[in-house]
Write a protein that binds this ligand. Structure first.
Ligand SMILES: *Cc1c(COP(=O)(O)O)cnc(C)c1O
Length: 523
């Protein structure tokens, strides 16, 4: 039960629970502030700063480049501008306001220490073209982080440059491609389980491979027999997420790797869920050849709103020689070296397939990730994984009596609890529960992914939520599930308390209005 709203719904909301009828003159409702588009607010000629007229005529010959008419800028004073963005920011939901239970995304608290470290002038003010001898500290950060990643994953080397998970996938597949070409073979197929994140098949296709799906078993794991049956001389490799997107650990990973290797292929692991096993499992021990690590998921750092990310790729001994430059690898002396073009030959890296990025990667993310790793230490990182898994299992077991949990019988989940809308009455679905959560003050969970489960709800609480916080979330979701089971019609029109009602998402996607109409704004 939610302590803040024990009945789950407030009867005073009236017929259908619809607050639309409550109109105010300003459009604001209490402290929930309405806000127009900036172009509707502004007026031409208004400005936050006063600029002098240019003192001299433009350079002769350049006059033809001058605007004929003033630009269509909104025109706001400074306080109007500040209020506009502050009002908009209050309509935002953020990890600093409450839990962000999105499965697969790993939205966890970003310790402020990370931000402090990333903003140290010696890091924040680095120029990518600064001579290397003047930025030894930054290179040392990259090297230390690389060493941690190599050690934590039990792999041989790491390409630090990929800019996000999907970019890392591309890097890993290009390594596999280079390795196969070096063997003089032509293998064109990448096998991807049905439950995979959409980036996996997309990346494989982008890298020029043909993608084939491998089915999952009823227990939510890769169908080993189907995989083994498909292996052959045309298969370049497999892309497997572990823990997988059903929130389960692929227990047969070593068997899968051995079978793929025996058939001459390579094993790519989508490591986006590494936060569930960091400090507990070394992917290198499971026979994995390449794996990206989403620094922005496993090692904190905020990525809401689309960035920034960083997706270093760890490689096995077999794939290391093909890793892109710059590349970081442990050499025979046990020391981790950053290898660049000029010393590639000397470090046995002459077969590098090329580069993934112009410079060394996302420096701001490296500093944040290393700060996170060093402040947790090896034992702290292991506890991160254990607590993330504990929290997800708490959510799973607390709700399995009101929501269908398709793999609950497969044993404990990893860091994500997966539910489906099977068993909800006719007309009620995952979308209704997600929209209801907005009224309850929570960001919805991931919905309709993975595709292998009907009306999937994938919930990742992460280790940073307290038990009290989890109880509040569970109480809200439980009350919504109970309302759905009682066929409460008001749930069908949720959210009622958000700045906007339920939107027609199909219309928004099919007919987006992307153009500001000057006439309508009176400009
Ligand atoms: C997030 C995620 C990706 C993609 O990572 P980006 O950093 O967003 O490119 C790939 N696979 C899985 C399972 C993910 O959760």
């Amino acid at each position: 039960m939610n302590a803040h709203n024990p009945s789950g719904w407030r009867p005073e909301m009236g017929e259908g629970g619809n607050l639309d009828a409550v109109a105010t003159t300003s459009g604001d409702r209490g402290l929930m502030l309405e806000e127009a588009l900036i172009f509707e607010l502004g007026a031409p000629g208004k400005c936050g700063v006063e600029l002098d007229e240019p003192a001299c005529d433009p350079v002769p010959g350049l006059a033809r480049f001058l605007r004929k008419a003033p630009p269509a800028l909104p025109g706001l004073t400074e306080p109007e501008t500040v209020r506009h963005y502050t009002r908009l920011s209050r309509q935002n939901y953020a990890i600093d306001l409450g839990p962000f239970p999105l499965g697969s995304c790993t939205m966890k608290h970003n310790p402020r220490l990370n931000e402090k470290v990333a903003r140290l002038p010696g890091f924040a003010d680095l120029h990518p073209l600064a001579p290397q001898q003047t930025v030894r500290g930054a290179l040392e950060v990259i090297n230390q982080l690389a060493e941690w990643l190599i050690t934590l994953t039990g792999m041989h080397g790491v390409a630090m440059t990929p800019k996000a998970g999907a970019h890392g996938e591309l890097c890993g597949l290009l390594c596999i491609k280079a390795a196969i070409e070096a063997r003089g073979e032509a293998r064109s197929v990448i096998l991807v389980p049905e439950s995979a994140h959409g980036t996996n098949p997309a990346t494989a296709a982008f890298a020029g491979f043909t993608v084939e799906a491998i089915p999952a078993t009823a227990a939510g794991r890769v169908d080993l027999a189907a995989l083994a049956a498909r292996l052959g001389p045309d298969v370049a490799g497999v892309m497997i997420t572990n823990p997988n997107t059903c929130g389960l650990f692929e227990r047969e990973m070593k068997t899968i790797s051995d079978a793929v290797h025996a058939a001459g292929g390579y094993v790519y692991c989508d490591g986006a869920n590494f936060n569930a096993i960091v400090g507990r499992v070394r992917p290198g021990d499971l026979g994995i050849d390449a794996m990206h690590i989403n620094l922005h998921k496993t090692f904190s750092t905020p990525h809401g709103g689309g960035g920034p990310g960083s997706g270093p790729v760890v490689l096995s001994e077999a794939l290391c020689p093909f890793g892109p430059l710059p590349f970081t690898a442990r050499t025979a002396d046990g020391v981790v070296h950053l290898v660049e073009e000029e010393d590639a030959e000397a470090f046995g890296h002459a077969q590098a397939f090329g580069r993934m990025a112009a410079f060394h990667g996302q420096m701001g993310m490296f500093t944040r990730a290393l700060a996170y790793i060093l402040s947790h230490g090896a034992d702290g990182l292991r506890q991160v994984a254990e607590d993330a898994v504990l929290n997800a299992n708490y959510v799973l077991r607390s709700l399995e009596d009101v929501l269908s949990a398709p793999f609950a019988a497969s044993g404990p989940c990893m860091h994500e609890a997966l539910f489906s809308d099977d068993g909800l009455p006719e007309g009620f679905s995952t979308l209704d529960l997600a929209k209801g959560l907005i009224d309850e003050g929570f960001h919805p969970m991931t919905v309709y992914f993975p595709l292998v489960v009907h009306g999937a709800m994938l919930i990742e609480p992460t280790e940073t939520e307290s038990k009290a916080g989890l109880d509040r979330f569970i109480g809200s979701l439980r009350s919504l599930a109970e309302r759905a089971r009682a066929s409460d019609p008001s749930l069908k029109t949720a959210p009622h308390l958000a700045p906007r009602r339920r939107l027609d998402e199909t219309l928004a996607a099919r007919k987006p209005v992307l153009v500001w109409k000057e006439a309508a704004a009176g400009g």
